[in-house]
Structure formats: C-alpha cells, structure tokens
Write a protein that binds this ligand. Structure first.
Ligand SMILES: NC(=O)c1ccc[n+]([C@@H]2O[C@H](COP(=O)([O-])OP(=O)(O)OC[C@H]3O[C@@H](n4cnc5c(N)ncnc54)[C@H](O)[C@@H]3O)[C@@H](O)[C@H]2O)c1
Length: 277
C-alpha cells in the first residue's frame, strides 16, 4: 500500500519521501510507482505532465527519522502489528515538523492505541486507503477520542485534493469498511469450507446478484489471505466469535496460499492475472 499512497500524493503535487527498511525494498517500491505511471499514460488515464510531476516529487529513504525530516504529514503502511507501527511513529516524531499530522493506514487496529505512543496523541488519526490505491476512490478518515478537533476538516480537504472521497468514521474495531467487508469475506470462506458452492460461483453470486464489482473471495486474494487472517483474529478478539477465522483460511495461510502475491489463494494467479480454469 505504501508505494501506492506515495504515488497518489506525488501526482497531486505533494513532495513525498517513500521509506522502506532496505534499499532493495525501496527500489522495488519506487519501480512499482514508475510502472503504474507508465501504465496510466499508456492507457490514457495519466497525462505525461502528471507523470513527470509525480516522478519529480518522489524520493526515497531507508531511515525513518531522516526520511521524515520536517514532514507535514507522515502516513505509515507497515505490517498490521501494533509494535511495528508504534516504533515507526516514534522514530518519525523525532524529526517531523511540530505541526505534523500522523496517519495510520491500519485496517483494524485502534488508532488511539497507536497514537498513545506519540508525544502529542492529538496529532494522530487514521487514513485508511484501499487497494490498489491509485485506482480506489475511498479513504476512511478515522477519528479517535484524542484526535484534535481541527484534523477532520484538514484531512478531508487533503483527501479531496488527491482525488479521493473521504468518509469520517469513529475509531472502532474494523471501522466501517473492514468490519463489513471481513464479515462478508469470512462467511464466503465458510461457504467454500462447507462446499455450498465453488469460489467462482460464490463470487459470481455477489457480483451479479448484489452488484459487487468483485466477489469477496477474489477480493481476499487481492488483499492477501494473511492480511485478512490478521484482521479477522483482531476483530474476533474485539467484537466476538462471529469474526473467528474459518479453518480453511488458517490452513491456506499456513500452506503459503496468500492470494495473488503468492500465486495461489482461492484462485490461481499467474503474472498478476487470475487463471481461469
Ligand atoms: N493490503 C491491503 O489491501 C490493505 C488495505 C488497507 C490497509 N492495509 C494496511 O496497510 C498496512 C500495510 O499492508 P500491506 O498490504 O501494504 O502490507 P505489505 O506486507 O505488502 O507491506 C508492508 C511494508 O512494510 C515494510 N516493513 C516491513 N517490516 C517493517 C518494519 N519493521 N519497519 C518498517 N517497515 C517495515 C515492508 O517493506 C513493506 O513495504 C497494514 O496495516 C494493512 O492492514 C492493507
């Protein structure tokens, strides 16, 4: 998600520093942005002027404190683990501008709990993007009880400036989108487990019967089964057993079937494309 978030801000004219823990990962993130932009130009979705603007606005760093020097806005998209997120923000706060806004892209963790690690917890909120970031229009702005009252309006304007639609959500487990999306996804997995129908037919039911642009199992493959498993475990702890991860999901993750990124999830994937059988 991190490179995608960087891309959309760079395209909107903001100077962006992409931060990764190693040069190899940083190069890979920057290369993904360049590839996305090239694809966008080839498809007529991005002008060459915007491509040039984005490339010139984008730089990288492998050190959080150095990369966040005087930053006005710090957005993290590191793994869905509280300690890792807290560690990143603690390093960022040491060098970011005093007025900086700190935003987490967490899909489910408590924004307030992450913010408690800051010297100024009022500067923390959630900016929850959707995958793939350069295409999906929604951003959930997650407001905790400690978030400064001025930040919702400031971030709504920011989100609009990068061409996305903001919604305001209270800091509660799963916010609006993950809570509902995971509930549907887990039920679809239980249906596969009980052999009610094939993954393809379950997805077709939701696309054609309910107008979903993509079925819940294909979406799970796209997001990553490991990511969804982590979210389900968290929501199960916070909201109860209705979010217990189905055995099938646990087995697939244990076997390395993580979805598109590993080549197999509920579907087979080859070169980033779903294989139709
Ligand atoms: N995948 C999605 O569709 C999606 C959607 C919305 C929000 N999110 C959230 O965004 C966050 C990232 O998810 P993702 O799918 O991009 O994960 P990912 O595993 O693809 O990316 C994690 C990134 O963090 C970096 N990283 C790993 N360990 C680190 C460390 N110790 N310190 C600093 N950086 C480290 C990795 O190099 C990588 O670039 C999670 O909180 C996830 O819940 C994901």
């Amino acid at each position: 998600m991190g490179h995608g978030i960087g891309q959309v801000f760079a395209m909107a004219g903001f100077r962006v520093t992409l931060i990764e823990p190693s040069q190899e990962r940083l190069d890979s993130g920057l290369a993904k942005v360049h590839k996305n932009l090239e694809k966008g130009v080839a498809r007529g979705k991005v002008t060459t002027d915007i491509q040039k603007l984005a490339v010139s606005n984008l730089s990288g760093n492998t050190d959080v404190t150095k990369g966040c020097q005087d930053a006005d806005l710090v957005i993290e998209a590191v793994p869905e683990v509280l300690d890792i997120k807290v560690n990143v923000f603690t390093q960022a706060e040491a060098s970011a501008a005093p007025h900086a806004i700190f935003a987490t892209n967490t899909s489910s963790l408590s924004v307030q709990e992450i913010g408690n690690a800051l010297r100024q917890p009022a500067r923390m909120l959630g900016l929850h993007f959707f995958n793939p970031v350069h295409i999906m229009k929604l951003v959930e702005i997650v407001i905790s009880e400690k978030t400064d009252v001025s930040l919702p309006e400031v971030t709504k304007a920011l989100v609009s400036k990068i061409g996305k639609t903001p919604i305001l959500v209270k800091d509660s487990p799963g916010f609006a989108s993950s809570r509902l999306g995971i509930a549907i996804g887990l039920e679809a997995m239980r249906m596969v487990q009980e052999q009610v129908a094939s993954p393809a037919d379950i997805d077709t039911a939701m696309r054609l019967g309910y107008g979903f642009p993509m079925g819940p199992l294909e979406l799970t493959d796209l997001v990553g089964l490991d990511v969804r498993l982590d979210i389900a475990k968290y929501l199960s702890r916070m909201l109860g057993e209705r979010f217990d991860p189905p055995q099938l999901l646990q087995d697939y993750v244990a076997a390395g079937r993580l979805g598109k990124k590993s080549g197999q999830g509920f579907y087979k994937w080859n070169d980033g494309k779903k294989v139709t059988e």
